[in-house]
Write a protein that binds this ligand. Structure first.
Ligand SMILES: C[S@@+](CC[C@H](N)C(=O)[O-])C[C@H]1O[C@@H](n2cnc3c(N)ncnc32)[C@H](O)[C@@H]1O
Length: 293
């Protein structure tokens, strides 16, 4: 919705340092996300839009409401959606998908018959609006076709803190411009075009959708409600928000769900070096849990 569509409400005061600090403490405890003072203007701009929608005039009233335990987190979901950055893309950091195709999937197939005797298990954590898990599904299907293994199977789990982002992923509908740079052959094979010329959108095809499921998960939870052992975990472009002890704790919790010999990917500007974690580096930004025995 364009800003002009909102009724104009004069905000009485800006976001005070005190209220910003209350929010920053809360978001760090609940979500692990660091909100240094340098983020204040960004947070203020995002909250201003929310206050206009709610027709609220005071930031303090808003902060009181978000932090009020008796309001049972009524506004908390919206607030988390406002402050998290969901930037993502299909085939983002494409070197990782090349590594999957050329190294990880063949290795998992040879050693554990992963994909043949049982589905190869992949976790996109966090998955944001779904582009990453759907890219993984395309990579698996292309791998099966190129290797001529029609019985090859894979399952992908996408988890995120943001309910809005998860809903988008589940819906599986994207603006056409989001897939503009993908090869036409992949779009034709795996995606459906909307019939309405006024809304140029694509929907992920049924083959992709049936491989991907979404689940809400906060990295700050003491343990993760995930039953399968994962062959591959992508934890990309999120660790940058956390301080070192939080990152170490999250990676250790994620690695409890990684099968021996499983691969762990981080974003190109992230590293696990100098952290006490059970995986060892096999390529830049790619790690592996040692095989058993
Ligand atoms: C920039 S996106 C990265 C998405 C994808 N992995 C990629 O690289 O394109 C970061 C995501 O981290 C999620 N996030 C932030 N804090 C989180 C937490 N405590 N638990 C789970 N997800 C979190 C946000 O909701 C957001 O969708």
């Amino acid at each position: 919705m364009a800003q002009e569509d909102f009724p104009t409400i004069e905000l009485r005061y800006g976001l005070s340092d005190k209220d910003f600090n209350r929010l920053a403490r809360f978001i760090q405890t609940e979500c692990g996300i660091q909100m240094p003072p340098s983020k204040k203007s960004l947070v203020t701009a995002r909250l201003q839009k929310r206050l206009r929608i709610l027709k609220m005039e005071s930031f303090t009233d808003y902060v009181d409401w978000v932090l009020d335990p008796s309001a049972a987190g009524e506004e908390l979901i919206n607030f988390i959606d406002i402050i998290t950055t969901n930037k993502t893309d299909f085939f983002r950091e494409p070197g990782h998908f090349d590594f999957m195709t050329k190294e990880a999937l063949p290795d998992l197939l040879n050693r554990h018959q992963a994909g043949l005797r049982r589905p190869v298990q992949i976790w996109s954590a966090p998955c944001s609006t779904g582009e990453e898990p759907y890219t993984m599904a395309i990579v698996l299907l292309e791998f099966a076709e190129n290797k001529k293994i029609p019985s090859y199977k894979g399952q992908i789990l996408g988890t995120d803190l943001s309910t809005r982002a998860l809903k988008h992923g589940q819906n599986a509908v994207y603006d056409m411009e989001r897939v503009a740079t993908l090869p036409a052959s992949l779009k034709k094979k795996y995606m459906l075009r909307s019939r309405d010329p006024n809304t140029p959108r694509v929907k992920m095809g049924p083959e992709l959708r049936q491989m991907v499921r979404f689940q809400h998960l906060n990295f700050m939870d003491s343990s993760y409600n995930i039953s399968q052992a994962m062959d591959i975990i992508f934890c990309r472009n999120c660790l940058i928000y956390f301080d070192r002890p939080t990152t170490e704790a999250i990676v250790n919790k994620l690695c409890r769900h990684l099968a021996p010999g499983g691969y762990f990917f981080v974003g190109h500007s992230e590293t696990l070096n100098n952290l006490k974690v059970p995986v060892t580096q096999v390529a830049p930004t790619i790690y592996q849990l040692p095989q058993r025995g």
